[in-house]
Design a protein. Structure first.
Length: 569
């Protein structure tokens, strides 16, 4: 008797189907790996300084060498590879069923890659790396592969140094850390006075101590928590994924990195203050040698408390989340017929991927990027005397030298006459592009509060019009008699490009850099021009409503007289 041939019509198992797709699987995975290595690790993408191009990863290595806080970015790709390796058994039997939804994603990623290459800036390259990886997963693997690889793909975002976020978030975190640390120190009996991001020991008439005699601490950017926050967020995301089983507790643990980083920095500042009181500032903080601050061993040790406190808190929170919120992971099986997972035309998907990648790289190869860095749009020889104003030079402080790149130039003179004082400053960017900050970042760190920020146009009278920003500032200060008064000031600033163009704000000058480098092959060497004008405090306690207007008009007249002497014709 013949047996029925039903076994021939049974669907093949995922393992058998994956085996029949082995040639395509090998070609697809090899193509994806080669493409990512070539685009991110080999292709000379950006001038990370004004001399030579290097790859996206090469630029990140350069950044990590300059600032060790960003070394975690270089560890991230290896962690992503390890996460994928842990899934190797699942992925080995998961057929490649490419989806055409990945085509527009891949094309967008390559478009961003070309834009960043042409505009000579890294951040479109970071975006490109994320979207190119997503497009490759969808085009070659399909939606099922994306479901398995979603977390490793999202985790890849920690590869990219988020310098713009550091600029935006650093000052608020510095202010919050200083405020919370000051409250905590006063609660435990250490009298401190906060000025912006600075913490100074309070004056003590009985002991004959003036404010700041015992210690002067400042929550500078390395102490703000923002850099430790990025690495702690990476650790919390990884730890939550490995130990927790559902998305809600993972999200809570991930969000906890923010307050934990702040708590760690509070403990650090308290340790530095107490160490200064008990053992002296040289032991607790370090010594200043030739305008260079050398951290003491205690200062370095206090830095490790950020991670110690944060990681301890993270483990404690994770333990509670496991007990109270974590649930068993839902089954990933969809009940679909494995034979239906395979989509026809996989080789067509691979050929399309190669065409998109090759076409974009060909476009990059023929793109003209052989431009030279333009000269600065101004000279830095400020006159000693300007009209009725006489001036004194204000050299760079040791703190400014430590915070800025070595080749950033600061030219600053304090102009004064009996009824007005104007601090004129020009900051010229150095070899590392876009190395300038904004006054609305620096001034709050000095204790100034921004009351208003408005655009301002200044006609120089020779056909040139400057687009600037006017800030109204105030802060409360203590007099020698212990009376609190409100100090006021105005600040006018703008960014000056190599061709004389002006931008009123930080974001505008960054956008102008992108646009001009993309369309004109101009790489600006920007200068930040700033005029800070204090307003005399009223002796009667009532502010003169016309004092700010008078300061503004005097400063505009001053600018009309000074700037034609500095601007390159």
């Amino acid at each position: 008797m013949m047996r029925p041939l039903l076994r021939m019509t049974e669907p093949s198992s995922p393992a058998n189907q994956a085996a029949t797709d082995q040639p395509y699987r090998t070609a697809a995975l090899a193509t994806a790996a080669v493409a990512l290595v070539l685009l991110m690790g080999v292709w000379p993408y950006q001038h990370w300084d004004f001399t030579e191009r290097s790859s996206v990863i090469g630029g990140i290595i350069r950044k990590a060498q300059q600032d060790s806080e960003w070394w975690f970015c270089l560890v991230t790709p290896f962690l992503v590879g390890w996460l994928i390796w842990r899934m190797r058994k699942e992925l080995r039997v998961l057929p490649l069923a490419g989806s055409w939804s990945g085509a527009p994603v891949l094309m967008f990623g390559m478009l961003m890659f070309w834009f960043g290459y042409k505009a000579d800036t890294a951040y479109p390259g970071y975006i490109a790396g994320q979207f190119i990886t997503l497009g490759l997963i969808l085009m070659l693997g399909g939606v099922k592969w994306l479901k398995h690889l979603f977390f490793p793909w999202a985790f890849l975002a920690f590869t990219w140094p988020m310098l713009p976020l550091e600029t935006v978030l650093a000052v608020p975190l510095r202010m919050l850390t200083a405020k919370a640390s000051g409250i905590l120190l006063n609660l435990i009996g250490v009298d401190v006075v906060r000025e912006g991001t600075g913490l100074h020991s309070a004056a003590n008439e009985v002991r004959g101590l003036a404010q700041g005699d015992l210690f002067k601490l400042d929550v500078e950017e390395p102490c703000s928590g923002i850099r430790s926050l990025f690495s702690l967020m990476m650790i919390s995301a990884l730890y939550g994924w490995l130990t927790l089983k559902s998305w809600l507790p993972r999200g809570i643990l991930f969000a906890s990195a923010i307050p934990l980083a702040m708590l760690g920095n509070m403990v650090r500042m308290v340790m530095l203050a107490l160490g200064s009181l008990w053992f002296g500032t040289e032991f607790a903080i370090g010594r200043n040698i030739d305008d260079h601050q050398e951290m003491s061993f205690f200062h370095s040790l206090a830095g490790f408390t950020v991670f110690g406190v944060a990681l301890t808190g993270m483990f404690a929170i994770c333990t509670q989340l496991e007990k109270r919120l974590d649930r068993s992971r839902a089954s990933t099986s969809s009940g679909e017929n494995p034979a239906e997972l395979r989509a026809p035309g996989n080789w067509v998907h691979l050929i399309t991927v190669i065409a998109i990648l090759g076409g974009a790289l060909g476009l990059c190869a023929v793109t003209n990027t052989s431009y030279e860095v333009e000269a600065a749009g101004m000279n830095t020889d400020m006159p000693d005397v300007l009209g009725t104003f006489v001036s004194t030079e204000q050299p760079m402080t040791s703190r400014e030298k430590s915070m800025l790149n070595e080749d950033v130039q600061i030219v600053r003179r304090l102009y004064s006459k009996p009824e007005r004082v104007i601090l004129a400053t020009a900051v010229l960017s150095g070899g590392e592009k876009r190395s300038l900050h904004s006054p609305n970042v620096c001034l709050p760190a000095q204790g100034w509060l921004i009351g208003s920020e408005t655009p301002l146009s200044i006609d120089l009278g020779d056909g040139r019009i400057i687009s600037a920003t006017l800030m109204s500032l105030h802060r409360d200060v203590l007099t020698k008699e212990g009376r609190r008064i409100r100090a006021r000031a105005v600040n006018i600033f703008w960014y000056l490009g190599s061709d004389g163009t002006t931008s009123a704000g930080y974001q505008q000058h960054v956008l102008k850099s992108y646009v001009d480098s993309f369309f004109k092959n101009i790489n600006h060497r920007w200068a930040l021009i700033s005029f800070f004008v204090p307003i005399k405090t009223s002796t009667g306690g009532i502010d003169d409503p016309y004092a700010e207007l008078g300061a503004l008009e005097d400063t505009k007249d001053f600018i009309r007289e000074l700037m034609p002497k500095l601007l390159v014709k």
